[in-house]
Write a protein that binds this ligand. Structure first.
Ligand SMILES: [Fe+2]
Length: 179
């Protein structure tokens, strides 16, 4: 959690976000995995019906989000970021996307260390590219495990390939506009 928080803080600062946002991003990082080590059967019993069919390792996000809401957190973007940090979600805003990416590239992960280092060092400057790579890799792993693809994950991918970076204010039509 500390490693994810330190990445999120660096990226929030890199984007020039105000201190209140930096704090909010850090809080999401500290809370997103609060139930990661909980028993999958217990999590499934507590999970909202819409996500009860998630594979065991992915249940801790939605249940943590629900618990935070029950405890009085009303920040919807924050709750969505926590809920979908492993699944992806079309409406993930900058904080949710950052959490999704940070969780994947954090330096504690042992596999593909050099590749993950390059990805995290490309953030936040190459936000779109890195987010697409992380999402594509996660989707690939879902397919390899022969898990079903969630509608939320597919929607997230479709948004990533059809939209611009969350910090992009527009102006550049991009190559797809055919201008
Ligand atoms: Fe997690």
């Amino acid at each position: 959690m500390k490693r994810v928080a330190s990445l999120m803080e660096g990226w929030a600062r890199g984007l020039g976000l105000p201190e209140s946002e930096v704090l909010r991003w850090r809080a999401a990082a500290y809370l997103h995995d609060v139930l990661r080590d909980a028993d999958w059967d217990d999590l499934r019993k507590q999970a909202p019906p819409a996500v009860r069919d998630l594979p065991g390792p992915l249940l801790h996000g939605p249940v943590a989000s629900q618990r935070l809401w029950e405890e009085g957190v009303e920040d919807q973007e924050f709750l969505t970021a926590v809920a979908y940090h492993t699944v992806g979600y079309p409406e993930l805003e900058a904080m949710g996307q950052a959490l999704f990416v940070a969780d994947f590239v954090e330096p504690g992960r042992r596999e593909d260390r050099e590749w993950r280092r390059q990805l995290r060092e490309s953030m936040p400057e190459e936000w779109d590219r890195v987010t697409r790579i992380v999402t594509a890799t996660r989707i690939h792993r879902i397919l390899q495990r022969e898990w079903p693809l969630r509608r939320e994950t597919v929607g997230f991918w479709n948004r990533l390939v059809g939209q611009k970076a969350p910090d992009d204010q527009g102006g550049d039509p991009g190559p797809e506009d055919g201008r």
